[in-house]
Write a protein of this length. Structure first.
Length: 318
């Protein structure tokens, strides 16, 4: 089954400290004017000692923030292969160090990844706690991109607990911010984010049985994905539209959308997507009592799913 929330976190940008910036700061520490030194009554020796201490402090800070970044990067890689315990170890260490340094970019990134890892493990309280921490910091920094991401992530936590009222509230708040971002900067990334928000809202309405609203938001998402030629996004939305028709017992339309989604996922070699599409097709054939066709697709879906699971297990053992 497709992962509906990893892409929200993995596209986040970690702000790294540039060595050139540190070098400039170090250089500036040497540039104490003679007048300033005389005014302060510092001897040349004391001034040199002060400069050396400042350089040591800057270099230590640079190394420590780099360590936070390395730990966060490792945690991000582990989450890609489903090694959630390793992710939590790496990012918990990164979070503690970032908090000691008051390195806010490192704190936000660590909390984001921890939130996803705990969500994957079904630990909703810890997932929510970490996403709320990240949200609070980006609200203090007025980082609107970050705020939009965190609101969406919090919505996902509530959605997976079937708390649709709260999920919809956070999704709508996130959508409003993303629409503002798109109006100011209609970049590909912002428009993809907008398509994702429409899709998430469509999911809530689908699960609530409000099929007209679900279709409305899915079609908004599909329009953007088609404009961006985002085949992965197109396939995902087509599959969701198929589910809406299947739940209304319009099996002909449902099958049409499932097959379209499968064709695209095969083209882009999205095996996770293929497994989901085949599972949907197999289940639909079961509903219409076409059991040989159902068995064919369900067995193929199971085969792909097992292969994906084996690949993750192999990577985790490396």
């Amino acid at each position: 089954m497709k992962n509906h929330f990893l892409h929200i976190i993995l596209n986040s940008v970690l702000v790294l400290r540039s060595f050139s910036v540190v070098a400039l700061l170090i250089f500036n520490s040497f540039c104490l004017s003679a007048g300033a030194q005389a005014q302060a009554g510092l001897s040349q020796k004391k001034s040199s000692e002060y400069a050396d201490a400042k350089i040591d402090s800057l270099l230590t800070l640079f190394e420590d923030t780099n360590k936070v970044n390395r730990l966060n990067k490792a945690g991000n890689e582990y989450i890609r292969i489903g090694a959630y315990d390793r992710t939590i170890r790496c990012c918990s260490h990164a979070l503690r160090l970032a908090q000691q340094l008051n390195y806010k970019a490192g704190i936000v990134f660590a909390c984001n990844i921890l939130g996803v890892a705990y969500l994957e493990q079904g630990n909703y309280p810890k997932a929510l706690d970490n996403h709320l921490k990240a949200l609070k910091i980006d609200e203090e920094l007025n980082n609107k991109n970050g705020i939009a991401y965190h609101l969406g992530n919090i919505g996902i936590v509530y959605y997976l607990q079937s708390n649709y009222a709260k999920a919809l509230d956070y999704y709508m708040r996130s959508l409003k911010m993303v629409e503002e971002l798109v109006s100011k900067n209609p970049s590909k990334g912002n428009r993809q984010l907008l398509a994702n928000k429409f899709g998430s809202i469509g999911n809530v309405y689908k699960d609530q049985g409000d099929y007209p609203k679900a279709l409305d938001y899915y079609l908004r998402s599909l329009k953007i994905d088609e404009e961006l030629q985002d085949k992965g996004g197109i396939a995902k939305v087509l599959g969701n539209i198929g589910i809406v028709y299947a739940e209304q017992e319009n099996y002909t339309k449902a099958l049409d959308y499932y097959l379209k989604a499968l064709k695209i996922d095969e083209e882009i070699e999205d095996r996770d997507g293929m497994a989901g599409d085949m599972g949907n097709i197999g289940w639909l054939y079961t509903l219409v009592k076409k059991y040989p066709e159902a068995e064919k697709y369900l067995l193929e879906a199971l085969k792909i799913d097992n292969e994906i699971g084996a690949q993750y297990a192999e990577k985790e053992d490396e």
